[in-house]
Design a protein around this ligand. Structure first.
Ligand SMILES: [Zn+2]
Ligand SMILES: [Zn+2]
Length: 274
């Protein structure tokens, strides 16, 4: 299993881009979220939207879904593909009705007449309930997290059932991940990275992203697996503190392979000029 951190910043980061990750495993190219900076950043890394076969969506904020319209139009009208869209049950209608429909419902057919579309016109939706979905040897499970009060929001556990590789994507959270309270449930899998939201002190309190100080209350066994993402542009001032306290930091462009994932994030990618 391989993960490429396409971006690692907050929604408003100018330097680090949207926190979205490309997971590659057994012929599947899966984006964990697809925000507005990601189509361009994929190309900067020598990749392309055309390669994306699957997209999992954590919640409806632009830094997580803002690239979907571009992917949808290119897939439908240029690539001739219909990517699979992995949607937690709580987002199944909201993504279309409250986010995508305005720009994507009405298009033109070849005769220049109005053509009404639905989510299924562009994507092959796969609804994720609270159980594992098996896509060959790639297994994915969504879990509810706590981001904006009352707003449906999820994280994901992604596994390779053959190698027992596992990565956890907490996505946007304002509190510790409940999912980690019972770790390690299955020790074979409890060794991979946990990509975790992190609000640095100088952000000011947002109320919907967990402050860095709150992450210290995770047990050391969890802390040493945490890779901080979704941080603001001042992160460069906090590097010593982050590493001294046992956390890792994900850099845009990091390519993370299992099982020695820590080696992959020990330093900035050579071509990262931040
Ligand atoms: Zn976000
Ligand atoms: Zn968010």
């Amino acid at each position: 299993m391989k993960a490429t951190l396409i971006g690692t910043g907050t929604a408003f980061s100018r330097r680090f881009g949207n926190t979205n990750t490309l997971v590659e495993n057994a012929g599947i190219d899966l984006m964990i979220d697809l925000g507005f900076t990601t189509p361009g950043r994929l190309e900067d890394l020598g990749r392309n939207l055309r390669e994306i076969t699957h997209i999992a969506i954590s919640h409806i904020h632009a830094d997580h879904i803002g690239g979907l319209e571009e992917l949808a139009f290119l897939s439908r009208f240029v690539f001739g593909t219909r990517p699979k869209l992995l949607l937690p049950r709580g987002l199944a209608s909201d993504l279309w009705e409250h986010a995508l429909k305005g720009g994507m419902e009405l298009v033109s057919n070849d005769e220049g007449e109005p053509l009404f579309c639905t989510l299924e016109t562009y994507f092959d939706p796969i609804i994720l309930d609270d159980e594992w979905k098996n896509l060959g040897s790639l297994n994915i499970r969504a879990f509810a997290n706590d981001h904006v009060p009352g707003k449906a929001s999820y994280g994901f556990i992604v596994r390779d059932s053959e190698s027992a590789d596992q990565m956890i994507f907490g996505c946007d959270v304002r509190r510790r991940l409940k999912e980690l309270e019972t770790e390690p449930i299955e020790p074979d899998f409890a060794r991979g990275p946990i990509f975790h939201d992190c609000q640095l002190y100088d952000d000011g309190p947002s109320g919907v992203h967990i402050p860095f100080s709150k992450l210290f209350s995770y047990p050391q066994s969890v802390r040493k697996r945490i890779v901080l993402v979704h941080y603001n542009d001042s992160v460069l001032h906090h590097l010593a503190e982050i590493h001294e306290n046992g956390f890792s930091l994900g850099w845009p462009g990091n390519v993370i392979t299992m099982p020695n994932w820590r080696e992959c994030i020990r330093k900035k990618p050579a071509d990262c000029t931040l």
